[in-house]
Design a protein around this ligand. Structure first.
Ligand SMILES: NC(=O)c1ccc[n+]([C@@H]2O[C@H](COP(=O)([O-])OP(=O)(O)OC[C@H]3O[C@@H](n4cnc5c(N)ncnc54)[C@H](O)[C@@H]3O)[C@@H](O)[C@H]2O)c1
Length: 329
């Protein structure tokens, strides 16, 4: 069987680098492109050792970049993960949000069409649902994003579905829920609560809970996200679709806090502050369509994945100082 050739945009990012690692482990040839605006080469340390991986540093919205990549590499699929991931910055800079989160998708879709790449997998988001009351959220509900970031993700989905209808392309839009795991940048304003907790607990600093901690989220391990991406890019016979990538099992913020507190029993007490205006109280996706259409199901146990993550981010204690040797003259 022919070795799949996969182009990954945003390859040096949190999701991108785990996706590249898994593609390589599954025997694919991988080309990664990233402008390193938020991604880091250290994330690709292991991938860079592979003879099956090539990396190009470039802004994919630059002239002819995607054409050059597609004509040189001839990918079977493109996994489009690059984008402006900060919801706050997207709100502050709508033109930048449009260029990185909508225009880039159009460029990917058109480069794929021109170069005969049949399949495009796209990193969409639960943000397309906005604050929808019908939980768990199914793909059949009408999306109503409440941020420019969510709107851009929704527009990108439509652009890709238009390419599927018009040109027979296989465009698979994956609506990720709350992702956590190694390599997530805790300083990013988009970063999830788990990576912020991990940084603060590791530094011995108190965490702040906004509201009473009863809010719930559908947390998905980045390893499951990478697996969904790889299935969507490589499984034969898939047709155009939009699917949630979630667990369907919401967790309360207080139960996440408990896991951290048991890992760091000496940590200072958390602070509680008033709920942030506009914050969604509950979020949970329905995972059934991804199982039906892609054969994907989130497998990581939340507690185990969270404990593994906490251990991976725990500071390494400094070695005990060597005893002073007496100098005998
Ligand atoms: N992390 C989450 O919880 C989450 C949830 C839903 C959706 N998403 C989506 O998943 C995708 C990956 O997110 P992430 O968390 O890995 O973020 P990330 O910032 O770690 O990764 C994005 C990568 O894209 C690169 N990039 C940005 N603009 C580029 C451009 N024009 N050309 C080339 N490279 C560019 C960045 O340098 C970075 O490496 C994004 O599209 C994001 O919107 C993430």
């Amino acid at each position: 069987m022919k070795t799949p050739r996969i182009l990954v945009t945003g390859a040096a990012g949190f999701v991108g680098s785990h996706t590249v690692d898994l593609l390589l482990a599954e025997g694919c040839q991988v080309m990664g492109v990233d402008d390193l605006s938020t991604g880091r080469m250290v994330n690709l340390r292991s991938a860079s050792q592979s003879p099956h991986f090539r990396f190009v540093r470039a802004d994919i919205t630059g002239p002819a970049i995607l054409d050059d990549l597609c004509s040189g590499f001839t990918p079977d699929a493109i996994i489009h993960l690059s984008g402006l991931v900060s919801v706050v910055r997207a709100q502050e800079e709508p033109d930048l949000n449009y260029r990185l989160n909508v225009h880039s998708t159009q460029l990917v879709a058109e480069a794929a069409r021109r170069h005969g790449t049949r399949r495009v997998v796209f990193a969409s988001s639960a943000a397309v649902y906005g604050d929808h009351p019908d939980l768990p959220l199914s793909e059949s509900v009408f999306p109503h994003p409440i941020s420019l970031y969510g709107t851009a993700k929704r527009a990108s989905e439509e652009l890709l579905l238009g390419h599927a209808t018009s040109f027979g392309m296989e465009t698979i839009c994956l609506r990720y829920f709350n992702i956590f795991g190694p390599r997530q940048d805790p300083r990013s304003p988009y970063s999830g609560v788990i990576s912020i907790f991990s940084e603060r607990f590791a530094a011995g600093q108190p965490v702040t809970i906004f509201g009473d901690g009863s809010q719930t989220r559908d947390f998905v391990s980045v390893f499951d996200i990478a697996r969904a991406n790889v299935i969507a890019a490589t499984r034969p016979g898939l047709s155009a679709t939009v699917c949630n990538v979630c667990t369907g099992a919401p967790r309360r913020l207080l139960s996440v806090l408990d896991v951290f507190r048991s890992a760091y029993p000496e940590a200072p007490e958390p602070r509680f502050e008033g709920a942030r205006p506009g914050e969604i109280q509950h979020s949970c996706g329905n995972p059934e369509r991804a199982t039906d259409r892609l054969g994907f199901r989130a497998e990581a146990s939340f507690e185990t994945a969270l404990r593994d993550f906490i251990e991976s981010t725990r500071p390494v204690p400094a070695p005990a100082e060597a005893p002073m040797l007496a100098v005998v003259r």
